[in-house]
Ligand binder design. Sequence first.
Ligand code: G6P
Ligand code: MG
Length: 483
Amino acid sequence: MISRRTKIVATLGPSSSSEEVLEKMILAGLDVARLNFSHGTPDEHRARATLVREIAARHGRFVALLGDLQGPKIRIAKFRDKRIELKEGDNFRFSVTHPRDAGTQEVVGIDYPDLVKDCRVGDELLLDDGRVVMRVESTTADELHCVVLIGGPLSDHKGINRRGGGLTAPALTAKDKADIKVAAELDLDYLAVSFPRDAADMELARRLRDEAGSSAWLIAKIERAEAVANDESLDALIRASDGVMVARGDLGVEIGDAELVGIQKKIILHSRRHNKVVITATQMMESMIHSPMPTRAEVSDVANAVLDYTDAVMLSAESAAGDYPVEAIAAMARVCVGAEKHPTSTRSGHRLGQSFSRCDESTALAAMYTANHFPGVKAIISLTESGYTPLIMSRIRSSVPIFAFTPYRESQARVALFRGVQTVPFEAAALPAEKVSQTAVDELLKRGVVEPGDWVILTKGDSYHGTGGTNTMKLLHVGDFLS
Ligand code: G6P
Ligand code: MG
């Protein structure tokens, strides 16, 4: 079986839509396929989702599907000649009333009228992920008059951020609401919400998800300065979500790239403390869009996230639109395995000295404490409904593999995102009670994970139905008669 613990999320796009490429990506280690609702049509997403599930099933792999909502990214409209070139010191205007398809060297339309109200003289605006920077010099009722601080090319529909954040756009747009329905129809396993400001944005997303009939777990993309302004706002957002994404593109633009590495470590740590899953994203292997090899800096970046104990590292344009989608996954997989050898990836002081709040949590963490301190333990079997018990376990640094034994398709796919967790399809309720332990351990023997003489930890509850019921941890000696 696979020995890599850190999971790989890769965005699908024009470079990764053919059956041939997708199959190679899955075999190279793709764990979660990301469908980016900012690009492509519902039909394209449907076709990719179907292909991923078909190929994964054919190879006995479990690949989760994550839909990423576009959110209220504020964008400029279009230029008459597609693009302009700005120089330092140039004057430039954003206008609510200017024709949307007729931007010039002096002015361009904006799709979001409130930008003018939200901005003050002296604010810095960052365009195209910070490649072009302007300062607001004056405002009118429907225009911002700016001076260019850092020049460069500017083309149709590029994004705008304000340094320091604070733009008021609500997190869920009409398009997002329509895409939530598509996510429900495609039975996606995860749904990422872009630019949530606070818990209320996530609660709204949860309501819309429920109304659409989806059971996708919600991922909050941490990409606004407000979200990381203090521990209270960050923790509130994490608590309101099932997981988070360190969305370093927009976040870096809003808070500045220099602070990003520290904030990344904090977001990952806080997510794990709250029993939430966490993805580290953006530009991880950026040069592989055009090169078959990552740079040393990119290798370091991926390894750093692995040492931070992220659940997953993510590819964006590298796999969606790059020349080397398969190589990028293979490179990430290799770097993850290398970084996981570092002692800090296997030793845990996590949550020592803190109290637990639930019975299943206490049992799961007792299992991890045992696994990490009893060298005979070679695997953990967690009987689970939803994946929640193995999720809690996998918040703890360890080198012992965790196997989620579950009969449900949703849970089998969902745990593909959890660090150190692998799926084993298993229906405990179909077995006589005294056969469950033996049959479960036999599954690992069959896969070559354990051999006689090893110890295995098994967790379960008193019944074989119902999430949240884990209350038992057993130590099983492989090769003995188990009941
Ligand atoms: C399975 C086990 C139960 C356990 C449950 C936990 O159904 O057979 O004994 O209580 O999983 O599920 P959870 O979703 O909380 O991990
Ligand atoms: Mg973003």
